[in-house]
Design a protein around this ligand. Structure first.
Ligand code: TYM
Length: 333
């Protein structure tokens, strides 16, 4: 069976981009009996960006409830918190000792932080923690600990998966065939969703549309999507429009063709946004009710995560034992 694995960092509230780019395709794949799936909350990754304990904890609760509300079947998948699987940070250290520093120097997130300091004429290391620098190694351990074949992610994560391959390959070369080399799985129909301001929807830009807003608040948020100043009746270009892009992520082929025509015929922005709100509500309203219930029942959610952590540890433990033996640290006799 092919093993599929993906995670979400527990900073902030899950948004439409996470849903379209990661959660929806992952849950769909988990329903097929061809796959063995691993979905987790990357709460150790969260510490890199967020030093607010209350926020890290709240975000983990929201993201866990989101996966469950969207119909994740925890009997057929392994659903856990990264921090409940100590084999992952243990493996991280072993991988840190084979990962080339030069490779890490090229990581986008790290480079962006250094560049930002340069732009502000500050020390290039200002605010750059070792956590940020080694972020891709922890992520490689997440993936390699389960010998995952496929990693469904949005495009922004491709480089990280390539680094995981690189690190796994290097280990295999030094110590013998141990790790499966993972591949990113990017759905060509799934774009990187843009946010309110037209840039990539991202917690760090503060331009997200949270997934489970009430119908009213969701419409309010959609109404804030930036549009150009075309009047009703003026033809609008669907291919440069965030409203259209999000529409496409939720619509059938026929609905997409229909909206394209509306744009060409000059639908008013207010109307297009109303249609979009309706479409999103249709897809998410029953999951939203479920989400509210789960948020009120943390004991249930925790029990699910505990079950997942046990399964995950059993798997990762076996592989870690093999890894330790391979590097010359077998169990004491
Ligand atoms: P994170 O938490 O930033 O994002 C979680 C997932 O959502 C996708 N995504 C988007 N997709 C489409 N449009 C967007 N605007 C958008 N924003 C986010 C991301 O591509 C991702 O798939 N490092 C990872 C978490 C992680 C991980 C892993 C993932 C840790 N270990 C191992 C896979 C395997 C991250 O920060 O994702």
């Amino acid at each position: 069976k092919l093993r599929v694995l993906t995670g979400i960092t527990t900073t902030g509230t899950p948004h439409l981009g996470n849903y379209v780019g990661a959660i929806r395709p992952a849950i769909a794949a988990s329903k097929s009996s061809d796959f063995d799936s691993y979905f987790f909350l990357a709460d150790y990754h969260a510490l890199i960006k967020c030093h607010d304990p209350a926020q890290v904890q709240q975000s983990a609760r929201e993201i866990a409830a989101t996966w469950l509300a969207l119909g994740l079947d925890t009997d057929n998948t392994t659903f856990y918190r990264q921090s409940d699987v100590p084999e992952i940070p243990e493996l991280t250290w072993v991988l840190t000792c084979v990962a080339a520093k030069g490779l890490m120097n090229r990581a986008h997130a790290y480079k962006a932080a250094v560049q930002a300091n340069e732009d502000e004429q500050q020390d290039p290391d200002y605010g750059v923690t070792m956590g940020l620098f080694s972020y891709p190694i922890l992520m490689a351990a997440d993936i390699l600990a389960f010998n995952a074949h496929k990693v469904p992610v949005g495009r922004d994560q491709i480089q990280h998966i390539e680094m995981a391959r690189d690190i796994g390959q290097r280990f295999n070369h030094l110590y013998g065939e141990t790790f499966t080399l993972p591949e990113a799985q990017i759905d060509d129909n799934v774009a990187v969703l843009n946010g309110l301001d037209g840039r990539k929807m991202s917690k760090s830009y503060g331009n997200t549309i949270p997934l489970f807003l009430t119908e009213k608040k969701m419409q309010k948020s959609i109404n804030k999507i930036k549009t150009n100043l075309l009047e009703p009746g003026e033809p609008k270009d669907p291919d440069t429009s965030t409203v259209f892009q999000i529409w496409q992520a939720f619509a059938s082929k026929d609905q997409t063709a229909w909206m394209r025509k509306q744009f060409e015929e000059g639908i008013a922005w207010g109307q297009a946004k109303k249609e979009l709100g309706g479409l999103i509500n249709e897809e998410l309203s029953s999951a939203r009710d479920e989400y509210e219930k789960l948020m009120a029942d943390p004991a249930f959610v925790d029990a699910e995560l505990r079950k997942g952590a046990e399964k995950a540890r059993a798997r990762a433990g076996k592989l870690l034992a093999k890894v330790k033996k391979a590097v010359g640290i077998p169990p004491l006799s």
